[in-house]
Every structure is written in C-alpha cells, then in structure tokens.
Write a protein that binds this ligand. Structure first.
Ligand SMILES: [Zn+2]
Length: 266
C-alpha cells in the first residue's frame, strides 16, 4: 500500500489578528491570535502532488499578511521542479490558496465542482461571500478550465492510491478536506475546514463562513475520516510549528513535516 509524506510550507503569517477576528462570539475577542498560512506538498517516492499554491504577497499585504517564504522557493527547497508537477489539488478558491497558479505550467488542477459554481454564481453578488476571492484569479481558473487543465469533480474524489478528496463545505460552498495514507495511518489535511485546532476541539465556527451548519458538521466528518484526533491537520494554526519538525534547521519556521507523529511534549 502506498503511503505519503506531507510537507507544509508556511508561506505567510499575520500576528496582528485577534481572536474576535478569527472566531464568532469569542469570549476574549481582543486577545491576539496569529494566523499562519500553509500550502502543502505530498510525496510518495518519485510522485509529487501539490496542494494549494499559497497567496500572492501583494494581495496578502492588503490584509496585513506578510510572506515568510514564496511557495516556489518552498517547492525548490523540497526538490520539486514546478515544471514537472502534473497534479495540483485546490482545496477551495480563496485567494490565500490560489496564488502562483502560473508557476506550474504543466499541471492539471483539481477542485470541487461546487466551488467553481459558487465563485462564478449569484452568491458573489454579496460582498460578505466574495471578499476572500479575487476576480483575476477566478478568471484564471476559467481559462484553465477552457484549456482542459482544470478538472471539476464531485464531492468525493479518488485522487491517487492513498489520497482522496471529500467535500465538507461550510467555510465556502466547495471546501474540501484530503484523506491521506501515511506511515502512521490515515491523516486528514483539513485545509480551511479547520483554521485552528481550537475549532475542532471546542466545536466553534471560524468567522469566514458560507454555511455554519456545514462548517460544524465537517468536524464530525473529519473525525470519521482520520485515524485519531492526532491525525488531523488544520490549515492556518501556528500550533503546528510546536507539534511537527522542520525539514531542516535552515527551514525552521518555513517547512514542516506533517506525516510524522506530533510531539506531545510541546
Ligand atoms: Zn485559507
């Protein structure tokens, strides 16, 4: 059975956000809570799959997010040649997951069909739902679709031996999570179905939501897909830095290895 290594590139961070910005009705809304930004690389032998492509730093700067390492530099540090990447999974189309699409010239992209319908449909008339999307990036997806380089799949999709994608919705209409077989068992890369472990632990919603009931129901779905709570990986939590090792001392704080067991002591 094929197993996969999971690498997280911490490409950006924002240490000025508060709990009130992150969580709905938080009892301590003025306390600071850093939001980190990750994109991922999955590797099994020679096979590489890229998951999300990080954020365009100019767009991120408008929201106070500063770049830590560019995703292309992160791929290079992992020995990944972007021209050789054939598969890119997009967990959803928010702009912090859709930068650098053009840095992968030979890739085929995969996304939930419901996300594409959402970002090109009537909900985008509402500022509250469109504010984490950028029309130039959505237009880029349309071009990739017409070029035969974007496959829009149904809710549950087998990606490769040991990797499947599953719709959960909630954060946006087409949010998905990935179930990945590793040496330590089935891991769920939750992406933005969980920004923080705390959402999962306390059953609370993140502020950016299309459908809060789907967002909360996703927690149970993730529990059924993962071997244990220690096999669940949120998409934006700085706590990951204390739980998982950097791939090297030079890449401390920049690239983590997430398929290994978490360090309980930290
Ligand atoms: Zn995100």
């Amino acid at each position: 059975m094929k197993t996969w290594e999971i690498y997280a590139i911490r490409h950006a961070t924002n240490d000025s956000r508060t709990r009130g910005v992150n969580f709905i009705s938080d009892p301590d809304p003025t306390a600071l809570l850093t939001l980190d930004f990750f994109c991922w690389v999955l590797r099994s032998g020679d096979e590489v799959i890229v998951v999300d492509t990080g954020l365009d730093p100019a767009k991120g700067a408008k929201n106070g997010h500063s770049q830590v390492i560019s995703p292309p530099d992160g791929w290079a540090a992992l020995g990944v040649d972007p021209a050789q990447v054939s598969t890119v999974l997009l967990t959803h189309a928010h702009y912090d997951h859709l930068g650098y699409l053009d840095a992968l010239p030979n890739a085929r992209f995969y996304m939930q069909a419901e996300e594409m319908a959402y970002v090109t449909g009537p909900w985008m008339e509402k500022p509250t739902f469109r504010h984490a999307y950028w029309p130039d990036e959505i237009a880029r997806l349309v071009h990739l679709l017409y070029d035969g380089r974007l496959h829009l799949h149904g809710r549950d999709h087998d990606v490769a031996d040991g990797i499947s994608a599953h719709w959960v919705g909630g954060h946006c209409a087409g949010q998905e999570v990935l179930r990945i077989r590793t040496e330590r068992g089935w891991v769920v890369l939750a992406s933005d179905a969980l920004h923080y472990y705390e959402e999962y632990e306390r059953g609370i919603p993140f502020t950016v939501a299309f459908n809060i009931s789907d967002m909360i129901a996703a927690h149970d779905r993730i529990r059924t897909l993962a071997d244990s709570d220690d096999h669940v990986l949120p998409g934006h939590d700085p706590r990951l830095l204390g739980l998982y090792p950097a791939v090297s001392s030079e890449l401390e704080g920049k690239i983590l290895r997430l398929d290994l067991p978490p360090e309980k002591a930290s």
